[in-house]
Design a protein around this ligand. Structure first.
Ligand code: SF4
Length: 316
C-alpha cells in the first residue's frame, strides 16, 4: 500500500473499529514492510525547566493554573543536561528529548542555553529533540543550525475536542508552530493523548490531522492520560489497554514510516499489553525513570521486557 495523505474520518473510524486482532495484523504487516529490522528506539526525556507554565492544558501538572504537587524550578544548566544525555547514552538511549514548560520560546540567555544543549547532545552522537512551546521562524532556524533533530509539539486531541482541554492557545497556533518547524528543516514530533474524555471520533480526527500532513510527522508519540491530582482531569479512569493498542495500530497503518512512540501512561500497561503495542507497530519507548514529572517504567523492567521479547534496540 502506498503512503497516503488524504485519509478521511470514516476510513479511519473503520480502521479503529475493526476486530482488534485484524487491526493488529494489518498494522504489523505494514510495519514489517517499512521497518524490516523491527528495531525499537529508546528515547530519554528530561525536564530542563519544570512547572509554572502559563498554558492551561487540562492534563498537565506543570500548568501554573492548577494546584498540583509539581514545584516550579529554575532552568537546568547546560553541563548538567549534557551530563544527563551522556548517562542516557550509556544506558542505551539513542534519542535525547528535552522539555521546557513554556508557552513559547523566548529570546535571550535561556534560548542561547537551549542551543548549547542541542549542540552538546548532538556531539554525543544522539538525536536531539526539544519541546518548549510555540516558536517563530528565526528560532526554528537557529535550532536547525544547532543541529536539532526534531521539535516536539503535540496536537493533543481532535480540533473539535481541543477547547475542552486547552483554552490559552488555539489549534491553529499549534499548526502554525508545526509549520515553522517543518519550514526550518527540523523533523516533526507530533502526537496526542487518549483517555481525556474524548470520543472515538475525536481519536480518529486527531489521527486524521496527523495523517493528512504531507510529509507525515517523522515521530508520533501516543500517550495515555496519567491523571494527576490537582489537574481538571484528575478523576479520569485509566484508558483500557486495548484502546491504546487500537490507536497505535491505526497510527501505524496511516503513517507507515513514522516512529510510533509509546509515551506517557506505560506504567499502567502490563508486559503483555506492551508486547501487543509492539505488535501494533510501536517502535520507540521512553526510557528512564521519569517522563518530565510523572513516573515511567523502571529501566531494569524495560531492559528485561525488551530482552524477553528479543527486540533489537540502539540503532539511530
Ligand atoms: S504547554 Fe506544556 S508544560 Fe505548559 S501546561 Fe501545556 S503541556 Fe504543560
Amino acid at each position: 500500500m502506498s503512503t497516503r495523505h488524504d485519509w478521511t474520518t470514516p476510513e479511519i473510524l473503520a480502521l479503529l473499529q475493526q476486530p482488534l486482532l485484524d487491526l493488529v495484523f494489518q498494522a504489523q504487516t505494514i510495519h514489517r514492510q517499512h521497518h524490516p529490522d523491527n528495531n525499537i528506539q529508546l528515547a530519554t526525556l528530561i525536564s530542563v525547566k519544570t512547572g509554572g507554565c502559563a498554558e492551561n492544558c487540562a492534563y498537565c501538572p506543570q500548568s501554573a493554573h492548577y494546584p498540583t504537587a509539581v514545584e516550579k524550578t529554575a532552568i537546568a544548566d547546560v553541563d548538567a543536561v549534557v551530563t544527563q544525555a551522556q548517562r542516557a547514552k550509556e544506558l542505551g538511549a539513542t534519542r535525547f528529548c528535552m522539555g521546557w514548560a513554556w508557552r513559547e520560546i523566548r529570546e535571550g540567555a535561556s534560548f542561547e542555553a537551549m542551543l548549547e544543549m542541542v549542540r552538546g547532545v548532538r556531539q554525543l552522537g544522539l538525536e536531539a529533540c526539544v519541546t518548549a512551546g510555540m516558536l517563530n521562524q528565526s528560532q526554528a532556524q537557529r535550532l536547525a543550525e544547532a543541529g536539532l533533530t526534531a521539535y516536539n509539539h503535540n496536537l493533543d486531541t481532535s480540533p473539535e475536542y481541543y477547547d475542552q482541554i486547552i483554552t490559552t492557545r488555539t489549534y491553529q497556533d499549534r499548526l502554525n508552530t508545526l509549520e515553522q518547524v517543518r519550514n526550518a528543516g527540523v523533523t516533526v514530533c507530533c502526537g496526542g493523548i487518549i483517555g481525556m474524555g474524548e470520543t472515538e471520533r475525536d481519536r480518529a480526527r486527531l489521527l486524521e490531522v496527523l495523517a493528512t500532513f504531507d510529509p507525515h510527522p517523522e515521530s508520533v508519540p501516543i500517550n495515555a492520560l496519567v491523571a494527576v491530582t490537582g489537574t481538571p482531569l484528575e478523576n479520569q479512569f485509566p484508558v483500557d489497554a486495548f484502546e491504546l493498542v487500537r490507536l497505535c495500530a491505526t497510527a501505524r497503518i496511516l503513517m507507515p514510516k513514522a516512529r510510533i512512540r509509546l509515551s506517557a501512561g506505560r506504567t499502567h500497561l502490563s508486559r503483555e499489553a506492551q508486547a501487543l503495542c509492539f505488535m501494533a507497530g510501536v517502535n520507540s519507548i521512553f526510557y528512564g525513570e521519569k517522563l518530565l514529572t510523572t513516573a515511567n517504567q523502571s529501566i531494569d523492567d524495560d531492559r528485561q521486557l525488551l530482552a524477553d521479547l528479543g527486540l533489537k534496540v540502539g540503532v539511530v
